[in-house]
Design a protein around this ligand. Structure first.
Ligand code: SF4
Length: 221
């Protein structure tokens, strides 16, 4: 199949257990919980999204006709990113890492693309809303539940819940099979309040940990 990618960029993962780790972010076009158009937001299942995942016009974005073509673009972005930062992508300690995000990446990330990324030497992570079954063999699964959307993916490495969501309280997810449970304060004008609420919840419910967006602290998008 062909893959539609909004943007490909080299950055630091800012959230969750891999926070601070260099990565290529592959942002796939499209989501099953919102069209991405403002006029549809009120009727969407997920209404607080702040990500542009429409089209293929971002940096490094485009249509990729084969898994190998997209994997090669990811590899080039990694090499260019490490090189531009003054490092060497051939260092044996610089294990290439790609975070597949969106939009909803599992609408497109399939077994052939996963195989192509692995063949290119990448450790492959996904950040998903959990409503779509993944291919086998992903190296890191982060599920971020949204509103009332039913989860198909109830196990993985980390569950990262944007907090607060009136119709998605943490108690609905704390029994699921994840290694890490993170609360990420809702971005926006009430973010300070959300931070305090999330911190208070984590202190009262120790399996949950506070997750701040460290990439924004250092000035990345
Ligand atoms: S599920 Fe994620 S990408 Fe889709 S609309 Fe919600 S926040 Fe945005």
């Amino acid at each position: 199949m062909a893959y539609s990618v909004k943007e490909l960029f080299y950055t630091l993962q800012g959230e969750g257990a891999h926070s601070g780790r260099a990565a290529v972010f592959c942002r796939f076009t499209g989501c099953n919980l919102w069209s991405g158009r403002e006029e549809d937001r009120e009727k969407a299942v997920c209404r607080f999204c702040d990500t542009d995942f429409v089209g293929t016009d971002g940096p490094g974005g485009g249509k990729f006709d084969t898994p190998q073509a997209l994997a090669e673009a990811v590899r080039e972005r990694w090499a260019a990113g490490v090189g531009a930062a003054g490092g060497s992508a051939t260092s044996p300690r610089a294990r290439p890492y790609v975070v597949c995000t969106g939009g909803e990446p599992l609408l497109q990330l399939d077994a052939p693309l996963l195989a192509a990324l692995h063949a290119a030497g990448f450790e492959v992570a996904v950040e998903t809303n959990g409503t779509v079954e993944p291919p086998d063999g992903l190296d890191w699964i982060c599920v971020s539940p949204k509103s009332t959307a039913p989860l198909k993916l109830t196990r993985g490495h980390e569950l990262k819940l944007v907090y607060p969501q009136a119709d998605a309280p943490p108690e609905r997810f704390s029994h699921l099979d994840f290694q890490h449970f993170f609360l990420q304060p809702m971005d926006g004008i009430l973010q300070r309040q959300a931070m305090r609420q999330a911190a208070a919840y984590c202190m009262a419910n120790p399996p949950w940990r506070l997750c701040l967006q460290t990439h924004k602290v250092v000035g990345f998008d």
